[in-house]
Design a protein. Structure first.
Length: 134
């Protein structure tokens, strides 16, 4: 009987450690998701600064934001569906992803072009630099 009780005590002693390890893993996953989303924001921030010709980073940014959304859902699954902290992190990252997609959406029709021209009114035109004439 004493061996069974010592095994139960050993498992009970590992439970707080496992909770801490899981919490650290969840924080790491949400940190990775935030980093991916912030890289996506930084990759396209110059598209909205003013008029002119710019590299088309739209496809890369959309892929980064989609990957960030998947990692965010993975972090929520690790934290547990009833975790308030997990849902708060999902809400914050969801707002960042939505804002970036909202500002990037007008240029998404230029998906297959290598450059984007922003006009004074904020609209975008698609340009291939090889097609531009001097």
């Amino acid at each position: 009987m004493e061996q069974g009780q010592s095994v139960e005590r050993g498992e009970a002693g590992a439970e707080p450690f496992m909770r801490v390890a899981r919490g650290c893993l969840v924080a790491f996953v949400f940190g990775c998701a935030a980093s991916v989303v912030l890289f996506g924001i930084a990759g396209s921030i110059e598209m909205e600064t003013g008029p002119g010709l710019r590299e088309n980073q739209g496809p890369l940014v959309v892929c980064l934001l989609a990957f960030g959304a998947l990692v965010t859902v993975g972090g929520l699954a690790l934290s547990g569906w009833r975790s308030y902290g997990g849902w708060a992190a999902v809400a914050c990252l969801g707002v960042l992803i939505s804002l970036r997609m909202w500002t990037l959406a007008p240029a998404l029709h230029c998906w297959s072009y290598d450059s984007v021209v922003r006009d004074d009114d904020g609209s975008y035109h698609c340009v291939n630099r090889g097609d531009a004439r001097p």
